[in-house]
Design a protein around this ligand. Structure first.
Ligand code: NAP
Length: 254
C-alpha cells in the first residue's frame, strides 16, 4: 500500500454501515487505524457502535482508535488529526466516508438542510484533505478515497442538496488529484449505488423496489462491496490510478 512497513489509516464516519466495512477491510497487522463518529442524537448507542468497529478492527490485528468528532466542526477535525499526527506522525490513507441525507423536493428544501449536508458531505472532505495532503506531500506518498454516490453523476429527484454535495465531491477529487499527483499522492472517488445500510433502511418498500428495478445485477449492494473497491484504491495494484470515480452500483451506472 505504501512504502512504510507500518501505515496510518484515517476513516471518517467509521461507526456504522459502509464506514465500518471500510475500517475492517483496511485493518491488518502493522496498521494503525483512526476513525471518527458523531451520533448527535444517541451518544450512548453510537458509542457502542464505535466500540463494535474497534473490536472488528482489533480482531484483524490492527491498532485502532475511535474518536468522537463532528466532521462539520473545523475545531473537531483539527483536534482529530492532531491526535493522529501526535500518535504516528504520518497519514498513509484517508477515506472521507461520513455522510448524511436531508431529502426533500427543491421547492420545500430548507437552507439549514442544504447547509448541513454541504458541511458534512463536502466541506469536511475539503478540510480533511487540506490537512492530510500537507503530510502526504511531505511523505511523497499517500492515498485519498472519497465516498461519493452514483446520484452525484446522474442526479436524483428529491436530493438536490445531497446530489450537489456528491457532484462537488467528485469535482474536488479530480482537482486535488491533479494538484498532488506530482508529489506521489493519489486521489480517487468511489460512487456507490444502492447499498444496504441505515441510510437506505429508511426508504419505503416502493422506493426500494424502484431502486432495485434499476440495478442490472438485480440485488442491493453490501457495505463490503464498497469497502473492497476502497481497499483496491489503497493498494499497490492501483498505483497508476488517480482522479477516477469507481462506480460500485451493480451496473446502475454504465
Ligand atoms: P450510514 O449507515 O448512515 O452511516 C453514516 C456514517 O457517517 C456513520 O458512521 C455516522 O457516524 C457518520 N457521520 C454522519 N454525520 C457525521 C458527522 N457530522 N461527523 C462524523 N461522522 C458522521 O450511511 P452509509 O450508507 O454507511 O453511508 C456512508 C457513505 O456512503 C456516505 O457518504 C453516503 O453518502 C455514501 N453512500 C451511501 C449509499 C448507500 O446506498 N448506503 C449510496 C451512495 C453513497 P454516527 O452514526 O456516529 O453519527
Amino acid at each position: 500500500m505504501t512504502s512504510s512497513a507500518t501505515r496510518t489509516v484515517v476513516v471518517t464516519g467509521g461507526s456504522r454501515g459502509i464506514g465500518r466495512a471500510i475500517c475492517t477491510s483496511l485493518a491488518e497487522p502493522g496498521t494503525t487505524l483512526f476513525f471518527n463518529y458523531f451520533s448527535p442524537n444517541d451518544p450512548e448507542g453510537e458509542k457502542a457502535a464505535a466500540q463494535e468497529t474497534e473490536k472488528q478492527v482489533t480482531d484483524k490485528g490492527a491498532e485502532v482508535q475511535g474518536v468522537w468528532a463532528d466532521v462539520a466542526s473545523s475545531d473537531d477535525l483539527q483536534a482529530f488529526f492532531d491526535r493522529v499526527l501526535d500518535a504516528t506522525g504520518r497519514i498513509d490513507v484517508l477515506v472521507n466516508n461520513a455522510g448524511i441525507t436531508r431529502d426533500s423536493l427543491l421547492v420545500r428544501m430548507k437552507d439549514a438542510d442544504w447547509d448541513l449536508v454541504m458541511d458534512i458531505n463536502l466541506k469536511a472532505a475539503f478540510r480533511t484533505m487540506r490537512i492530510a495532503a500537507r503530510t502526504m506531500m511531505k511523505q511523497r506518498s499517500g492515498r485519498i478515497v472519497n465516498i461519493a454516490s452514483i446520484v452525484g453523476v446522474i442526479g436524483n429527484a428529491g436530493q438536490a442538496n445531497y446530489v450537489a454535495s456528491k457532484a462537488g465531491l467528485i469535482g474536488l477529487t479530480k482537482t486535488v488529484a491533479r494538484e498532488v499527483a506530482p508529489k506521489g499522492v493519489l486521489v480517487n472517488a468511489v460512487a456507490p449505488g444502492f447499498i444496504e445500510t441505515d441510510m437506505t433502511a429508511v426508504l419505503s418498500e416502493k422506493a426500494r423496489n424502484t431502486m432495485l428495478s434499476q440495478v442490472p445485477l438485480g440485488r442491493p449492494g453490501q457495505p463490503q462491496d464498497v469497502a473492497a473497491a476502497v481497499k483496491f484504491l489503497c493498494s499497490e495494484e492501483s498505483s497508476y490510478l488517480t482522479g477516477q470515480v469507481l462506480h460500485v452500483s451493480g451496473g446502475m451506472f454504465m
